[in-house]
Design a protein around this ligand. Structure first.
Ligand code: ADP
Ligand code: ZN
Ligand code: ZN
Length: 785
């Protein structure tokens, strides 16, 4: 498709450095961006794009437009999506539409547009970038202080409202509070009672007002941790390993307070901000308006204004997700990564595929400020860097442990690693607040259940516990690792499985309300279609649902325990802004007995009234084709279990599985983090997997199957000529799911032994092996293989 040229008159072209150095970020920042670009093998502009808010660089949208007249009947063979889009465009033939708009209007818009492009019925082009500007608004200020004479009652009312509001208010707000007409205001201005002027209005996410909260009296372990963090020097790094419910947040809060009083700012990164309204609330209750929230779900305007406020404003506490590691705070005093093990800190696309923890280490170094990594289930990366400190690798001068460090993990293998530049101090909160016990974990063997005639998705033990929940006045959580109703639908007559037309995966069944057409949805590309009555292959009406998602479990609860009120908590029910907060508040207000949810439940929820946790099927997490599957399953299950018994009533966890002897299940049951990670590390060492060695994954994709395969072969043979001792090249191989959204995907895995400074290839040359229709992403330290 030909694209109209973007207006590139010379006065509109400026050097990147010229633009970004004009007060867009603090001095150390330029070096940070360069490190990101170098380490992740991306052009500098990609690092800048990922760091800066889109409105600062200019955002451009793809727009779609009709080409000429459409002959009747030309869309006869088009999909419904393409037809719908065509109708939309034809209604106003001279108008063009942003692709984002079409996606909001039409289901499967992506495929529809592709089809129309192929038929040359529409054209698409990238509009010139648009810059975000400060938002100016009229404000009204009271200037007269004395008695006002000759005023009509209308005018008097306005002045009274103004006075009640402290003499200064946005015009729009004033108009809302009293029915002032513009002419009355004008008169007041002419008489010199008020001044009306344009002022910048900061677009920022407004928090929910919190009652002020005083620092808690710390437990001995918390006190030690706060003191140790306060004493950290330079860019010291510390791992705060605190079991679930041990009060890590209070440690963060009290470690940040002195930073603010020194006139510095603190940065707190969390996995997903929508999921943790509680955490933000707790910070707001402590630090009030000094708390500011920054993440990529903010609007362009909000991100732009928050950015400038961070850059120029008072010392503050910024809470944000992955991308907030690039918050342009000039005097940074402390960086905290909460739930540092969480995989959402890693960006998969677009490039650079950075990990916020890695970038945080550089940021800490460049700003000379300490870094705290907090978790109940630390990543193997952080664990190994604590051990490195113990085994004496790294800088000698920081070898003295702070006196307050209370525990050192045991050592099995002393393996140095190349990933971490610097050893990490270790702090632990080994107990829950008020010495509450960790909940006992009861493992139920589901094979046994079937043998003994129980075919329900709930074991007898879990059923009993659910039955008693209400009578005991308690609340529970059910964890299921998938959303939707069923993970696949298959024909009982011929075995046909309904699959996504664009991906090599089965379609998930989503139950819509009774009577409406039921949906099948692809969880990879979001394609959806209505659920057929009959098998598309043999016509048989006997279609069966397999694999339970949250909806299915919810249905079963309704059927078996009609008295239990539940709330579903997954990405389907929390799509709208503020939905997380609403659902969690309902649950906290006891408007439901059960929370039925996915992975979302694992991220730091503090619900003291929850006593029962049911893991409906742990197996879905265990058997994934990824060397990190065990680590991730252990972390997820431990975090889920950790939601129980955080209040006065003791908790209880029922974990259903078909493989009760699996080491992960055993470790979760025994609450044995250390033994689990040590065993896991030994396996990683044996195979040179991270954090022992390093990985670089080359992801190739194309709409043409043969093009991507041939390119993968060519790149692999290039690397085979390159090979140096200690390197390994795995593949080329098709990705786990070969085709997603009609793109075929191949990959090559480069495995680099520890302590090896490999001679890296000329990436330019590698890229030149890719024809225009094959895209290559270099994923450094990939998390998903
Ligand atoms: P974690 O993040 O380690 O899982 P939280 O920070 O959510 O734990 O703390 C668990 C609960 O204990 C919270 O309800 C918190 O308010 C409470 N808490 C934390 N520290 C103290 C303390 N020193 N005294 C009393 N309660 C505390
Ligand atoms: Zn069939
Ligand atoms: Zn799909």
């Amino acid at each position: 498709v030909e694209q109209p040229p973007v207006d590139l008159s010379p006065d509109k072209i400026r050097a990147v450095e010229d633009v970004v150095s004009r007060g867009f970020f603090p001095p150390a920042y330029w070096e940070l961006l360069n490190r990101v670009a170098a380490y992740y093998y991306t052009p500098l502009i990609a690092a800048i794009r990922v760091a800066l808010p889109p409105g600062l660089l200019g955002r451009s949208q793809r727009r779609i437009k009709l080409i000429g007249e459409i002959k009747p009947g030309v869309d006869a063979f088009c999909t419904p999506a393409a037809k719908e889009i065509l109708a939309l465009l034809q209604a106003q033939p001279n108008k063009d539409y942003s692709f984002v708009y079409l996606q909001r209007q039409v289901r499967n818009a992506y495929r529809g547009v592709r089809e129309l492009l192929r038929l040359s019925l529409v054209e698409s082009y990238l509009e010139p970038p648009r810059l975000t500007r400060p938002k100016l608004q009229k404000a009204v200020t009271l200037v007269s202080t004395g008695l006002e004479r000759d005023l009509t009652s209308r005018q008097q009312e306005i002045l009274d409202v103004l006075r009640r509001q402290g003499g200064d208010i946005w015009l729009s707000e004033l108009l809302r509070l009293c029915n002032a007409s513009p002419s009355t205001l004008k008169t007041l201005e002419q008489k010199g009672y008020v001044v009306i002027e344009e002022r910048e209005m900061l677009r920022q996410e407004q928090g929910v007002l919190q009652a002020a909260d005083a620092p808690k009296t710390l437990t001995a372990a918390q006190l030690q941790a706060v003191e140790a963090i306060t004493q950290l020097e330079g860019c010291d790094r510390v791992l705060l390993h605190g079991v679930t419910g041990s009060g890590k947040t209070e440690v963060y809060l009290q470690a940040i307070a002195p930073i603010l009083s020194q006139g510095k700012s603190a940065l707190v990164l969390v996995p997903e901000i929508g999921l943790t309204p509680q955490l933000t609330d707790r910070f707001r209750a402590r630090f009030g308006s000094k708390v500011c929230v920054y993440h990529s779900a903010l609007s362009d305007g909000e991100r732009y204004d928050t950015w400038r406020q961070m850059l120029l404003g008072e010392p503050q506490v910024v809470i944000g997700t992955r991308s907030a590691i690039f918050a342009p705070l000039p005097r940074l005093g402390l960086i905290i990564l909460d739930e540092e093990h969480d995989s959402s800190f890693k960006q998969d696309s677009p490039i650079p595929t950075y990990h916020a923890r890695t970038v945080a280490q550089w940021r800490a170094e460049l700003e000379n400020c300490p870094l705290v990594l907090g978790s109940a289930t630390p990543s193997l990366e952080s664990w190994i860097s604590v051990r490195k400190r113990e085994s004496g690798v790294g800088s000698r001068e920081s070898e003295e442990l702070p006196t307050t460090v209370n525990h050192q993990p045991s050592t099995i293998n002393r393996q140095p690693s190349t990933i971490n530049h610097q050893p990490t101090h270790y702090l632990s909160l080994p107990e829950r607040i008020q010495s509450r016990p960790l909940p006992p974990v009861e493992v139920v063997d589901m094979r046994q259940e079937i043998q003994e005639g129980n075919r329900s998705i709930f074991s007898r033990s879990l059923s009993e516990a659910l039955q008693q929940l209400q009578a005991r006045g308690q609340q529970g959580i059910l964890f299921i690792h998938r959303r939707g109703h069923s993970t696949f639908v298959s024909c009982r007559s011929c075995g046909y499985v309904l699959e996504c037309p664009a991906c090599d995966v089965s379609l998930s069944y989503h139950h819509v309300e009774e009577g409406a057409p039921q949906l099948l949805r692809c969880h990879y590309c979001n394609y959806s279609q209505s659920h057929p009555r009959n098998c598309p292959e043999c016509g048989s009406p006997y279609l069966k649902f397999f694999g339970s998602g949250t909806q299915r479990v919810a249905q079963e609860i309704t059927r078996l325990f009609p008295q239990l009120r539940f709330i579903r908590f997954d990405s389907d029910t929390t799509r709208t802004k503020g939905a997380h907060r609403t659902l969690l508040t309902q649950f906290a207000n006891r408007e439901a007995d059960l929370l039925i949810g996915t992975q979302m439940l694992t991220k730091g929820l503090d619900l003291p009234q929850v006593t029962l946790i049911g893991v409906v099927a742990a197996d879905g997490l265990l058997h994934l084709p990824d060397y990190r599957a065990a680590e991730r399953a252990f972390q997820t299950l431990t975090q889920v279990a950790g939601r129980a018994g955080r209040g006065d009533d003791p908790g209880r966890v029922i974990l259903q599985t078909y493989t009760p002897d699996h080491p992960v299940i055993q470790a979760v049951q025994q609450h044995e983090y250390e033994r689990f990670v040590e065993a896991e590390l030994q396996q990683r060492v044996a195979l040179n997997y991270p954090p022992h060695g390093r990985l670089i994954l080359l992801r190739l994709s194309s709409v043409e199957a043969s093009a991507v395969e041939n390119t993968a072969q060519a790149i692999a043979s290039y690397f085979n000529n390159y090979i140096t001792p200690g390197w390994e090249i795995l593949g080329p191989a098709p990705a786990n799911i070969l085709r997603v959204a009609n793109r075929y995907r191949w990959q090559i895995l480069l495995k680099i032994a520890p302590d090896l400074q490999p001679v890296l290839p000329d990436w330019q040359q590698v890229r030149s092996l890719c024809p225009h229709n094959v895209s290559l992403t270099i994923d450094v330290d990939p998390l998903n293989l």
